[in-house]
Every structure is written in structure tokens, then in C-alpha cells.
Unconditional design. Structure first.
Length: 197
């Protein structure tokens, strides 16, 4: 049987801020993305995480929200109701951006997050709900927490940033601004991909 060669992967770090625990009843209120790097076989090339970025603040899709969740981002919900971008327009612009940076890199896009489970849930739901299409497919995501746990050979619950070797962690602050955090996590992704424990 012929072996099919995999296309290179372009890792796109995504961070989202939401006003509740799940999409649908609650809203994704902002999201940011930064290209982390490109993998071709066993070769990984880190990107400048500030070179290719994307950021949007979104109009909420429901009246429901959890005050504690909303407070994490520091965003003003009333302002987002008035001025936030329409989710369909934001998702369309994001699809276009992902496809452009992927084409430029000659690679297939893969979303990465820390942890990816929360961010992917909202991102994929929004992509499908507002446009019915995901540039990452239905499973094109990589969880950095799992990547670290596997490489470090530690239990998943022990895979926390504070316990990682200092050289893996980004020197940037985690601000809960979606673009800042996407850039920070893009650095972490590249450090993890290049790390041999």
C-alpha cells in the first residue's frame, strides 16, 4: 500500500474570551490568533508570533452571561452590544485570514490552544454557526497542555504552566486580552515543539 505524505501544518494559536462556560447560551466576546510556526515532517520552524495576527471583539449573541466570566476579560458588555462586530462578519474575516496565512506558508492550518478544549469549543461552534465552515476542519486542533504532558511524561493534571521548565514559558504576561494571550501561547507552542526533554 502506498504511504500518503502529510501536508505541512501551520499552527495558529487561538485564545478566546467568553461571558459564560459554553457557546450558544453564552457568547464569545473576543478572540485573537497568532501564527506560531510551521511543521513539515520532523522539522518545525517557529514564526514571529507578532507578524501574522488577528483580533476581533464580538457582539453578544444572547442576553445571558455569567458576571464572573465576563469580568475575566475586562470588556464592557454594554459597549460590545452597541459596537461589537457581527459574529458572521468576524467569522468570515477570520476564515479568510486563516486561509491566506496558510496558503502563504504552503501548509494546512491547525488551531492550537492552552488548553484547547475551551477555546476550540467556542471557536468551532462559532465557525459552524456563523458560516457553516471551518478552515481547520472538524478536528484540526492541538492542545498544548496535552503536548506538554506527553513530552514531559507527567499526568495531564500536572501539566500546568507554573510547573513547566522556565525555558518553555513565554516571557510575555498573560493579560486575558485575547490577542496578547494568543501571542504568548504561540511562543509556548514553538518552545514546546522545539523542546527535547
Amino acid at each position: 500500500m502506498a504511504v500518503r505524505n502529510a501536508r505541512p501544518s501551520l499552527y495558529v494559536s487561538v485564545d478566546i474570551e467568553a461571558d459564560g462556560p459554553i457557546p450558544g447560551p453564552y457568547s464569545m466576546i473576543s478572540f485573537g490568533a497568532a501564527v506560531a510556526g510551521r511543521q513539515d515532517g520532523d522539522s518545525y520552524t517557529a514564526a514571529d508570533p507578532e507578524r501574522h495576527t488577528f483580533y476581533r471583539e464580538l457582539r453578544p449573541i444572547s442576553d445571558a452571561y455569567v458576571p464572573e466570566a465576563l469580568a475575566v476579560s475586562g470588556l464592557d458588555r454594554d459597549r460590545l452590544v452597541r459596537e461589537g462586530e457581527d459574529p458572521a462578519a468576524a467569522m468570515d474575516a477570520f476564515r479568510t485570514w486563516v486561509r491566506a496565512v496558510s496558503a502563504e506558508a504552503g501548509a494546512q492550518p491547525v488551531m492550537c490552544g492552552y488548553p484547547a478544549s475551551f477555546d476550540w469549543t467556542f471557536l468551532y461552534w462559532y465557525l459552524m454557526r456563523f458560516g457553516g465552515d471551518s478552515p481547520f476542519g472538524h478536528s484540526g486542533c492541538l492542545d498544548m497542555k496535552t503536548l506538554y504532558a506527553t513530552k514531559a511524561r507527567v499526568p495531564l493534571r500536572a501539566a500546568v504552566k507554573g510547573r513547566m521548565p522556565r525555558e518553555l514559558r513565554s516571557t510575555r504576561r498573560h493579560t486575558h486580552h485575547a490577542l496578547d494571550d494568543a501571542v504568548e501561547q504561540a511562543e509556548l507552542m514553538s518552545n514546546l515543539m522545539l523542546w527535547t526533554p
